[in-house]
Write a protein that binds this ligand. Sequence first.
Ligand code: G
Ligand code: G
Ligand code: MN
Ligand code: NA
Length: 254
Amino acid sequence: LALESALRKALPAGDLRLHYQPQVDLNDRRVYGLEALARWHHPTLGHIPPTRFVAVAQECGLITELGRWAVNEACRQLGDWKERGVPVPGVSVNLSPTNFHDLELPRMIADILQRHSLIPGSLTLEITEDVLMDANPSTLTTLHALHAQGVRLSMDDFGIGYSSLSYLRRLPLNELKLDKSFVRDLEYDHTSRALSNAVLRIGESLNLTVVAEGVETEAQRAVLLEMGYRAAQGYLFSRPMPADALESWLMSLD
Ligand code: G
Ligand code: G
Ligand code: MN
Ligand code: NA
């Protein structure tokens, strides 16, 4: 309850921040995108993890506001980088299933993109495999509208949910993110390797970008590269960072 009222104040006060984790080409480490991850440091409660405050937002009716805030803040930052010539091609934002009940979302996102002079393809929305589980009739309409206007859709944590394969038929996706649990076990576990390989083949045959998540070691990078993966993110390349630190990191690359 304390957390609920704190979140109610934190959102409009601008106390939540986005950190950004680079998405890179496994081969040459070139940065082709960023994933935005929400962070909340409360003056007395301390660091509150996103899993926690997203759940609170869900329970107390703040999830629509949280989703809109994240998209707006990521686009504002991307627009600022673009204006100042910082080479960031695009940004990915995590949204919750409930965010797609909002039939205003496509219009709202179109307005945000326009306000920051961004092309729709520079924004990717990450959705989770439970996106259709609540059977809300608006969800598919919203997803198809976003896709039609050129916003990219990515299936996050792919492979650990319930309906992976049928979702590939039902949702207008541009990207799959191989869940990090598969990457973690790649070196030792034959099954994880086989499934990672299968996910890549499925993605390729459907013309989807396939991103390996949670790459932490050179050995994992080598296995993924040999399999044919190109896109990845993980601590091996960089942790999520505040915008200013990310900018310095980008500048230090060349
Ligand atoms: O960044 P971290 O590993 O702590 O994120 C933990 C979880 O919280 C991940 O599943 C991530 O997708 C989710 N998350 C992070 N930021 C956001 C956000 O802005 N909105 C939603 N819905 N989930 C987020
Ligand atoms: O569910 P989602 O994929 O959005 O969440 C990404 C989460 O994974 C974030 O909390 C982020 O901080 C975390 N993360 C990013 N890179 C790595 C990594 O290399 N290893 C681990 N264990 N977690 C990571
Ligand atoms: Mn994600
Ligand atoms: Na993920």
